[in-house]
Every structure is written in C-alpha cells, then in structure tokens.
Write a protein that binds this ligand. Structure first.
Ligand SMILES: [Zn+2]
Length: 511
C-alpha cells in the first residue's frame, strides 16, 4: 500500500519534470535598438505560457497613426499561447515630423543587401539600419502584419476618384493569392484574408468602411504595383517564406478611435487564425511603490514629499495628505502612525511629535514618509515680502492662489510662495524640486535659477532637480553682482509667472 503510493509520487514527480519545460513561463521582453538616437527602435516580444506561432506586428513605417497607435495596444498584451513581436514605431522620426519619409521611403528598402546595415551606418542611412533589424525579426516569425493608413478606399472595381483599385484604404494587402515557398510549402494568403475580412466586415456598421482584399500581384510583369518589390511584405514572403499582409485603414476616416478599432479587429482576427491566444485581462502583479505624497501644511497649497524623505513641520502644524502618487491608482491608503484611523487621507491632523506616514496598497507596504518636528534653531526663515525683498523685485505677498516654489534645503522640504526670499548659508545645498503654478501643469514651465547652470552641455534654463551649491553660482548673474542674492524665475513660454529670491547669508549674518 505504502509502496504503491510512493511509486505514484515518483511517477508524478517524473511527469512534472517532463512536462515543465513545455509550459514555459509567460513573459514579455522589451529591447531598444539605436538607443539615444532620434530613430530609437523599440521591440516588444510577448511570449505565451504555451508555445505556438509567432506573429510580427509592425506599425509606424510611415506617419500613419492608425498603424502605430494600434500596434501600441499589443505591446502590453500577455499571452496564453503563441508569441507576438510588436514594433509599434518602426520610423519614429517620420512619425514625429509627420512626414511619410525622412531620407527615403522605409517600405521600399526591403531589398537584399540592406540586411547588413545594422551596424556602422550613417545617420542618413538609419532607414536601412532599422530595416536590417526588422528583417532579423521576420526571420524568426511565422507571419507578418505591416500596419498602415492608406488614401481613399480600395475597391476592386472603379467607382469614383476615391473608391477604386488604385486606392489603399480599408484593404488587406497580399503580394499574391497563393505562394509556393522555396522549400515547397503552399501559403494560401487569399483564403486567410477572405476569412479575416468575413469576420471583420460582419462587425462593421458603415458599408463604406468594409474591407476588401487587395492583391497587388507584385510578382507579375504587368503588376500595377511593382514598387511593392521593395516592401516588407514582399521581402518576408520571398526571403523567409512567411505569410505577410499589409493592413490599411483609410486616411479618409477622420476618427482615430475608429481607425484603431478597425486595425485591432483585423489584428485580433489574424491572431485567431494563428492560434495566438491572449490573456484578458493582462496579469501583471508588480510590487507597489510610492513616488510621492502631496501634503498640505496649515492649509498651504499641497507639495510633493518623495518616498522615504522627511517632512519637517513645526510642533502644532496641521498636515493633510491630499494625494498618493504610486504605480497603482486603486487600493491605496496613507496611515499616519499614532493618529487617526486606518486611512488618514484627506483629513487634517495636528502634529506635535515625530511620526511616520505609512502608505499601503491593499495589505502591501508601498512606501513611507517620515514626519519630524523642526528644531527652532534649524528654522530657515521665509521672509514675508517687503521685509526682505530686494529693490526692484515684485511685491507679491505670501498668500494662497500664487505660484509656489517647492524646495529642499539640504533635506528640509519647504514651500516658498511667489515673491518671497529664502535665506540659506553658503554650505547649504538647495534643490528646486517643483514649481506649482496657480493653474496648469508644472511641466509646462521653465524654472531658471539665474546664475546657476544645471545642464552644462546645453543650458536649457531648466534648473529643477539639481543640487545647487552656493559656492558654484555665477556671482555676476546675482542681483547685487556680489553673490549676495539671486533670482529664481518660473516662466510659461516668454512670460514670467513667478519668482523667488535666494539670499546667501554671509558668515557674519549667519545664525
Ligand atoms: Zn504607409
């Protein structure tokens, strides 16, 4: 009896060992080619739990958003079975400058010889270099979808100027109906397209938007589209013997949503054809981590306190946590230890002793902020306007509804309202963390500490985030030309929207 059970266990263990390599772990990989150049190429490879066909999806060879926005949606998928290789933006410079091509049309560059131009290429040949990578991706795929937006509406028979056999929109393209590969396999492209179109058209309400099969007859001597002999689909078909299709939504359809919906209907139908099975919803459990808390002190405009930093307050100050910025949107709470309840968001608390604010996502810790009480002798005063404002400076007073400068003096976070002066000693280190405008997005501003150059390679007058040492400032750019007081200017385009002043205390006046 015991022996039998043990034998069963052995059989089970053996089976597990045999079967385990079959069920590979579902995962995805993200590779970046030509990193740091304008034509960075991002390749996402999504590997299913179970092996199967590999479908290569290429978007953005041209400036055609139906293609690249649709491909984008598949870069984040996870798969039960099969494999996807997704290149959402093959030609990023063309997309950004909204030109079909930069030096040459990328979809005419798939010719023998360009496969070697991956390395040591000139910038003017980046199209060939990208094509070389795409060729390599084709070589390990079973099928290719090349996503585009085309002009008008392809129709097998001439209807009018915008609906005829030489237009491209709302068609699935193949270079031939049936292709026999070099190793003798028969690829029936037409049958595949007919099934996909039948499925997709069933769900299209507007008959004008129905898809048709567009056979460019690229091999034929009398082909109307001999230029396609340099295309990705033709190369994939002839060089690697893989099924390859162009998918064209119409440039005449103005709604991006609709174009992306049509593209995704076609991609889904092709995935179904190749037994590539998505997981829905995507399963991806990441560890939660806090980026920053937005905290208001004594009713101030809220400012950000990053994870693991200390918020210094005066004993008796009222704090209120207004927002948690983390890698999750839901399930978050902040708990101020020793006060309140489980969740202390959006409630005001008086602080009289040091504490910790624990940020959780469900039962998991996402981060924490420390709250400490300022020692009176460490307080660096924020001077009210007038009292310490240099001549010629604006006379704004500290009040709500003005631009707020969030700064760190050493590790002490401070909020300086527009028009005020911050005093620091020559040994302090100052960081302008953020500037909160009265309305709009802080990222639309430029924040310039006049007399400090943050990015030495390129002075972009953007000084947020740098550790500023008073000894390294340019005295001739100070307001008094002697390095006594400097101006920090927040600009929206050409207009100054806020300023503070930083006084560097000289040893005799330092407390
Ligand atoms: Zn195109």
């Amino acid at each position: 009896m015991h022996t039998t059970r043990r034998q069963l266990v052995h059989v089970f263990v053996l089976l597990t060992l045999i079967l385990t390599p079959w069920a590979v772990q579902a995962k995805s990989e993200h590779e970046i080619y030509f990193k740091g150049t304008d034509y960075e190429l991002h390749v996402f490879e999504i590997i299913g739990d179970y092996p199967g066909n590999t479908l290569l999806i290429i978007g953005g060879m041209h400036n055609e958003p139906g293609g690249y926005l649709s491909a984008d949606l598949y870069a984040d998928l996870s798969l039960r079975q099969g494999r996807l290789i997704v290149v959402p933006r093959a030609n990023f410079p063309a997309i950004v400058s909204n030109d079909r091509k930069i030096h040459s049309d990328m979809n005419r560059k798939f010719v023998n010889g360009n496969g070697k131009k991956h390395q040591n290429h000139k910038k003017e040949e980046y199209e060939e270099a990208v094509v070389a990578i795409l060729m390599e991706l084709m070589s390990r795929s079973d099928a290719l979808l090349n996503l585009h937006d085309g002009s008008g509406f392809f129709r097998p028979k001439y209807i009018d100027k915008w609906r005829n056999p030489l237009r491209w929109g709302q068609s699935i393209i193949s270079d031939t109906d049936v292709h026999i590969t070099a190793d003798g396999r028969t690829l029936n492209l037409k049958d595949r397209i007919d099934r996909v179109i039948a499925t997709v058209n069933l769900h299209i309400e507007e008959p004008e938007h129905y898809f048709f099969h567009n056979n460019t007859r690229t091999f034929d001597d009398d082909s109307p589209h001999k230029e396609q002999r340099g295309s990705a689909t033709y190369y994939a078909l002839t060089e690697y013997g893989i099924e390859s299709y162009g998918v064209e939504t119409s440039k005449s359809i103005k709604s991006l949503d609709l174009k992306v919906e049509y593209q995704s209907m076609i991609i889904n139908a092709f995935m179904n054809e190749y037994n590539i099975v998505p997981k829905n919803p995507k399963v991806s459990i990441q560890d939660p981590h806090l980026e920053y808390l937005l905290v208001s002190v004594n009713g101030s405009f809220p400012f950000g306190v990053p994870d693991k930093k200390t918020l210094y307050v005066n004993s008796g100050d009222r704090i209120r946590i207004e927002h948690i910025a983390a890698n999750y949107e839901r399930g978050l709470l902040a708990d101020i230890k020793g006060v309140g309840s489980l969740n202390d968001m959006n409630k005001e608390f008086v602080v009289r002793k040091p504490s910790t604010i624990l940020v959780k996502k469900d039962k998991f810790e996402a981060g924490k902020i420390f709250v400490d009480i300022r020692k009176p002798d460490k307080v660096l005063p924020v001077m009210a306007a007038g009292k310490n404002t240099p001549q010629g400076a604006s006379q704004a007073t500290a009040r709500e509804g003005v631009v707020q400068f969030l700064v760190l003096v050493n590790n002490d976070s401070r909020t300086i309202p527009d028009g005020n002066t911050l005093e620091i000693t020559p040994s302090d280190i100052l960081t302008i963390q953020e500037v909160i405008p009265v309305e709009g997005n802080p990222r639309d501003l430029r924040v310039n500490f006049v007399g400090f150059v943050g990015n030495k390679a390129y002075n972009d007058a953007e000084d947020r985030g740098y550790r500023i040492h008073p000894s390294k400032l340019w005295k001739r750019h100070s307001l008094d030309k002697k390095g006594g007081i400097y101006r920090v200017d927040a600009r929206l385009q050409d207009r100054s929207v806020g300023e503070i002043f930083v006084r560097i205390l000289q040893p005799t006046e330092a407390r």
